[in-house]
Write a protein that binds this ligand. Structure first.
Ligand code: AQP
Length: 347
């Protein structure tokens, strides 16, 4: 089957979004709205793979939606919704739990990182997380998935699941009228953008993350100007001056990260940043980086705060988005069920 190009991606409401989410994924999402049909989800089912306080979760779902819109996602143009409102995600995920192999999931590095040493105590949901992610994408037969570098392995798994489903049910798929036996597409990861892996401000070897306990490790899209400036001032660095060439950033993860953030926000190459700041100390560079962050993120934070003053309007956007999402996903899920051999209800 020739699949129409369609974009799907999501973020977890596990706290407020940060600069890594913004530079690694969201800028590309905004860009793709100009050329593609886009579906952007707040993946609340993924969020509960680790404990979430119910009131905090509700707030985070609205906050992430507000950040989506404040950053430039247009709910008229794209479909914006929260995952739990569209039951096709969970239903298809169960089917994929039965398609994916244990050996595949055992190789997922994110599970190993997140479960840590207390693996026996991790939720089953955290382990099966990549199957739900495959369902998120394939419920819409999405062909393009803009994500940060850390999601590459999960995307490969989604491709394996699509292929195995197509192989396992090939006869049934052909009988349903898909002559080439392709019911699900092979979704393409779109890992491009100014900074596909933004690192923690406290440790240049770890990725910037919502779940990192220290708030100083990340710049949140909700931070005010003072908080942004303070976090950059306190960002870990080494004692050397900035190098004049990008080669000089090797073995200096914190310096590399800050230069990368500057380059991404300014829309220039790291080499251009170094031709301006090479030979200068971090005490010179950090205020310039803080000014740039404040100029770019300040208006997003202000707009997100304004949107959060009207939670009913945010909920309305999510309900409307979920209706539109269901209209795409439900028929695809229905066909998948028939292909598997389930008897469908007539409604
Ligand atoms: N540090 C990062 N650099 C570049 N891209 C990043 N992304 C996340 N962190 C970085 C990208 O943002 C999108 C949404 O991520 P997510 O919220 O679904 O979950 P995550 O990848 O696990 O992000 P976090 O911040 O680390 O959340 P927690 O701590 O809750 O797990 C994805 O496209 C991701 O690649």
């Amino acid at each position: 089957m020739k699949f129409n190009e369609r974009v799907f991606s999501g973020m977890q409401p596990t706290g407020s979004l940060h600069l890594g989410n913004y530079l690694g994924a969201m800028l590309k999402w905004i860009d793709l709205q100009k050329t593609h049909e886009c579906i952007y989800c707040v993946v609340d089912l993924h969020a509960i793979t680790v404990w979430q306080d119910p009131e905090e979760l509700r707030r985070s779902i609205r906050q992430v939606t507000a950040a989506y819109m404040a950053a430039g996602l247009d709910p008229e143009k794209s479909i914006l919704f929260n995952q739990s409102q569209v039951s096709a995600h969970a239903e298809l995920a169960w089917i994929f739990n039965c398609v994916a192999r244990l050996g595949w999931l055992n190789r997922m590095t994110q599970f190993k990182e997140k479960a840590g040493k207390d693996r026996e105590n991790a939720s089953v949901g955290l382990y099966a997380y990549p199957n739900l992610m495959a369902a998120d994408i394939l419920a819409y037969r999405a062909t393009h998935v803009p994500v940060g570098d850390d999601q590459k392995q999960h995307l490969e798994l989604a491709r394996d699941i699509a292929q195995k489903f197509n192989n396992d049910f090939g006869d049934s798929i052909r009988a349903a009228g898909y002559e080439d036996g392709e019911f699900f597409p092979q979704p393409e990861p779109v890992i491009v953008g100014p900074a596909t892996r933004v690192m923690s401000l406290r440790d240049g070897t770890r990725k910037m993350s919502k779940s990192e306990p220290s708030d100083l490790s990340r710049i949140n899209l909700t931070d005010d100007n003072d908080a942004i400036s303070k976090k950059i001032r306190k960002a870990k660095t080494d004692p050397e001056a900035l190098p004049g060439e990008t080669d000089g950033l090797a073995g200096r993860p914190e310096a590399d990260n800050l230069v990368g953030i500057y380059a991404a926000l300014a829309g220039i190459a790291k080499s251009e940043v170094l031709s301006e700041f090479g030979g200068r100390q971090f005490s010179d560079f950090k205020p310039a980086l803080a000014d740039l962050c404040v100029a770019q993120l300040g208006p997003i934070a202000d707009e997100a705060r304004r949107l959060m003053d009207d939670p009913a309007e945010i909920d309305r956007v999510l309900v409307d988005g979920a209706d539109r999402a269901r209209r795409i996903a439900d028929p695809i899920l229905g066909e998948a069920k028939e292909i598997i051999g389930f008897i469908r209800s007539s409604s």
